[in-house]
Design a protein around this ligand. Structure first.
Ligand SMILES: Nc1ncnc2c1ncn2[C@@H]1O[C@H](COP(=O)(O)OP(=O)(O)OP(=O)(O)O)[C@@H](O)[C@H]1O
Length: 255
């Protein structure tokens, strides 16, 4: 399934947040969204996920969701959003419980995503027994369990230290390489964007409008942080963002 955004605009009261966003999220690709603080990235994600409706424009789901899809649009949040009293497998099963799959199918799905995310040995652990990186793996496993058409990730690695971020980026690349998924990935971090994005959408400062879409054709599994070609793309993104970020900062300082 592909997502198409046609001229999406939105304001909260007098605050114009998104302006005329036209964008395609192709099936089987990761589209990163970057832009200065407050430019409307999370708002855009909520619109795509159907949590809010834009004032104008439309968001179309084109084509069928994948076979076995239980929930077409699924979120992964920065703060993991796990239930502390439920085990790892209990948190993942939660995403399945409304679907009346039967215990065997439910158990198979949970075991499958635990295996894919390297969590099989932690099935019975409680969230408080896990590191931040492991918690986010659980949240990713829970999202994958419903076999979504599009995963919506809102700064999923921002709460983690630099080393853990690297490990999780590797995990996401491995997951995608084994079974490509479609994702919209909001981040502040340009290194993450060039590592994980097939396309990177650069938004202007608020009201967020598309400044440029940077496509990176290099296969995800061949990308690494020291690659000069990727470094050049990152630098290009930073050039695009720098003036916007400065101006956004100055506006916030005077708000
Ligand atoms: N429900 C809401 N009601 C009113 N204003 C809102 C609401 N949600 C967001 N905003 C405002 O809309 C603007 C965009 O917010 P949003 O969180 O989408 O930006 P962002 O780019 O994700 O920010 P950041 O990078 O800091 O996470 C901000 O000025 C924010 O205060």
């Amino acid at each position: 399934m592909e997502l198409r955004l046609n001229s999406v605009s939105h304001a909260y009261g007098h605050t114009e947040v998104l302006r005329d966003i036209t964008l395609t999220i192709p099936e089987g690709q990761i589209v990163c969204v970057v832009g200065p603080s407050g430019c409307g990235k999370s708002t855009l994600l909520r619109m795509i996920g159907g949590l809010e409706r834009p004032d104008s424009g439309e968001i179309l789901q084109v084509g069928a969701p994948p076979a076995g899809c239980l929930n077409p649009l699924t979120y992964v949040f920065q703060d993991f959003a796990l239930l502390p009293w439920r085990s790892v497998e209990g948190n993942i099963a939660l995403a399945l419980e409304d679907h009346r799959l039967g215990r065997t199918r439910e158990r198979d799905i949970v075991a499958g995503v635990l295996e894919r995310t390297g969590l099989s040995d932690f099935a019975r652990a409680l969230p408080r027994q896990l590191s931040g990186g492991m918690k986010q793996r659980v949240a990713i496993a829970r999202a994958l369990a419903v076999n979504p058409a599009v995963m919506l990730l809102d700064e999923p690695l921002s709460a983690l230290d630099a080393q853990t971020r690297e490990l999780l980026m590797d995990d996401l690349v491995t997951l995608w390489t084994r079974t490509p998924f479609t994702a919209v990935y909001v981040t502040h971090n340009l290194a993450e964007a060039v590592r994980l994005g097939h396309a990177i959408v650069v938004l202007s400062r608020r009201p967020g409008a598309v400044r440029e879409v940077v496509e990176i054709n290099q296969p995800l599994q061949n990308r690494n942080a020291t690659d000069p070609a990727l470094e050049a793309r990152r630098e290009h993104l930073w050039q695009l963002m720098r003036d916007e970020a400065r101006a956004a900062d100055a506006e916030l300082a005077h708000a």
